[in-house]
Design a protein around this ligand. Sequence first.
Ligand code: 8YV
Length: 331
Amino acid sequence: LKRKPLVVVTRRLPDVVETRMRELFDTRLNHDDKPLSAAALAQAAREADVLVPTVTDEIDASVLAQAGPNLRLIANFGNGVDHIDVDSALQRGITVTNTPGVLTEDTADMTMALILAVARRVTEGARIIPDDAWSEGWSPTWMLGRRITGKRLGIVGMGRIGQALARRAKAFGLSIHYHNRRRVSGRTESELEATYWESLDQMLARVDIVSVNCPHTPATYHLLSARRLKLLKPEAVVVNTARGEIIDETALARLIELGEIAGAGLDVFEQEPAVSPRLVKLAKAGKVVLLPHMGSATHESRVDMGEKVIINIKTFLDGHRPPDRVLPSML
Ligand code: 8YV
């Protein structure tokens, strides 16, 4: 009798997803819900036919070198695959899939939430009453933020999430500017009333808010470098719900400290879960809003992501091309 393929899941997933996986596959779950150690990850790669990692699993060349001959599919639970050495995986004949499309709206919502939180000092204000610090009462010049209506938003990366953000931002009265590897269709541009900037540098010098919505690849590592961040206006705000590595975080913190950039809203960091003490200090001072990688953290997104993972695995095990293959051209 042929053995059923073993699917190893590295983190706890929503109950409905785990139940469905168990019905369909020989599934090994991790109810510890702690990130696997490098050794445990390598062991999973040795034993599994299909590996289901998340952003917290570093599947580098050394893990892949220890993979067993059965490992044929890495079905990532999540969109970004920068924690996986996709080139090495593909060279070894391992297919890689992700979960695009289902977390778009939630991530765009969280980006908008960060824009509003920074501009209107929402998190800072929300601490005042619980901290019992409102004894003086209201004043006309107290807790003033910045209006967002009429301002310019520069979106770096006009894919699904960038476009979903543009739709929201347009409704908030922001004008939309974007930089992308390729210009989006004329129809999308006119729907979003979006202005394309071939030169990221030129766009950065003109916008009031910049939002990072591109994947992290070798080409986008520190795309917002110290030099580029210095092009921003002193009133500008930087928002990132993509990947920490796209921004030179140290330079960002320094420029905010110097008052050369007004503030930032960050959901992602260069060394998660470690966050630079300088950013933490700036958060305490009300200059930045820091969230612990919550962009797609809704019940709905997590279930939909799980369903995507299941469809990718099932299609692959049935001998067909899974719908969400990660191709070298995407990297
Ligand atoms: C997840 C994400 O939190 O999809 C992504 O790229 O960053 C988030 O949706 C995480 O990746 C889950 O692995």
